[in-house]
Design a protein around this ligand. Structure first.
Ligand code: PLP
Length: 363
């Protein structure tokens, strides 16, 4: 038996939906994209949704809609996928990193305010592993300092914060439908917002900057989603609540079976801050990570390391970081995290077996 870290669910519904679009002859952006936008907005409770062809494209559109450009500063976390920071750089803006919280691994809201300068235009939060940031505090700070909050929710489809869905908390929220995410369509992305002006900018920006036929508001890209991808995403969105119940149940099994293991630290659990468990990420307090990963793999369990190195130390980014900023927490966390398989294809028997393997580790 081997357990993979992620496994997209592709059933008859997804396959039939793709075939139907192919047979319709309308395969590029069309009615299926519009249907997905309407249904996704309804799911998160936002007024609007704009579909694009990746989570990265969604972030780029959102930053442009927020007016981010050359010379602006965007406050963000060093603990994310590189697209979070690359899209800030694509706008010609400067990422300003704030260290992460030692237990929740998202941006440490207690350290955020002192990084705000006259050049700060936005805060780009990341709901890492599906765990929502402390939005009560962040939205309040943003209001006081007149900043736009953009949420990178590429790992947080269906997460909830104090009774509100992620996607309807920040000013603009970005999702990814990449193959490994909680819902997927091979490649795809979505922007949600309640601001019609942001919608207008995003819709033009995904379509070459076009506002009317052959009239342009400025530079744009081809970030359009196809109806083929949208048809898959519509089927996945129907199943997302069930996928997330399965993930949650797998996560609860991990908490139950690993709670007495003193060599590992379990992720923060908070019943007001509901994770969609994109990842179930433990920290190794005593073990060498490479040895542990080898042991797990030799027992058929493929784990993940998200992410091994803080973004503030990547070659193309590190020159932008002041030399006297240290990011102690993220450095330690990066060296200790291990994500365990939690995808909806796993049963409680599988989780029990994986936990038995972990609890028997004796290096
Ligand atoms: C997946 C992911 C992205 C990028 O999404 P793509 O669809 O692969 O472009 C951005 N940020 C985070 C946190 C992600 O997990």
């Amino acid at each position: 038996m081997t357990y993979s870290i992620s496994k997209p669910v592709i059933d008859k519904e997804e396959i039939d939906a793709v075939v139907a679009v192919m047979k319709s002859g309308m395969i590029a952006q069309g009615p299926k994209v519009a249907e997905l936008e309407q249904k996704f907005a309804k799911f998160v409770g936002s007024q609007y949704a704009v579909a694009v062809n990746s989570g990265t494209a969604a972030l780029h559109c959102a930053l442009v809609a927020a007016g981010i450009g050359k010379g602006d500063e965007v406050i963000t976390t060093p603990f994310s996928f590189v697209a979070t920071v690359n899209t800030i750089l694509m706008c010609g803006a400067k990422p300003v990193f704030v260290d992460i919280h030692p237990r929740t691994y998202v941006i440490d809201d207690r350290k955020l305010e002192k990084m705000i300068t006259a050049k700060t235009k936005a805060i780009l939060t990341v709901d890492l592993y599906g765990y929502p940031c402390n939005y009560n505090k962040i939205m309040k700070l943003a209001k006081e300092h007149n900043l736009v909050v953009i949420a990178d929710a590429c790992q947080a489809h269906g997460s909830e914060y104090h009774g509100k869905m992620v996607g309807n908390i920040a000013d603009i929220t970005c999702f990814s439908f990449y193959a490994t995410k909680n819902m997927m369509c091979a490649e795809g992305g979505m922007i949600t917002t309640n601001n019609p002006e942001y919608v207008e900018v995003c819709k033009a920006f995904r379509h070459h900057g076009m506002t009317k036929q052959y009239q342009y508001s400025g530079i744009g890209y081809n970030y359009r989603m196809t109806d083929i991808n949208a048809a898959i995403a519509i089927e996945q969105l129907k199943k997302l609540p069930v996928f997330n119940v399965r993930r949650d149940s797998n996560a609860m099994d991990y908490y139950r079976y690993l709670k007495d293991n003193l060599n590992i630290m379990l992720p923060r659990y908070d019943n007001k801050n509901i994770s969609c468990y994109h990842q179930f990420t433990i920290r190794l307090k005593r073990y060498d990570r490479d040895d542990f990963l080898k042991y797990m793999a030799s027992n058929g369990v493929n784990c993940g390391v998200y992410y091994p190195e803080p973004l503030c130390y990547q070659d193309h980014i590190k020159s932008l970081v002041p030399f006297n900023h240290h990011f102690k927490v993220v450095r330690r966390v990066c060296s200790q995290v291990v994500s365990l398989p939690v995808h909806p294809g796993l049963t409680s028997i599988d989780i029990a077996q994986i936990c038995k393997i972990i609890n028997e580790y004796d290096p």
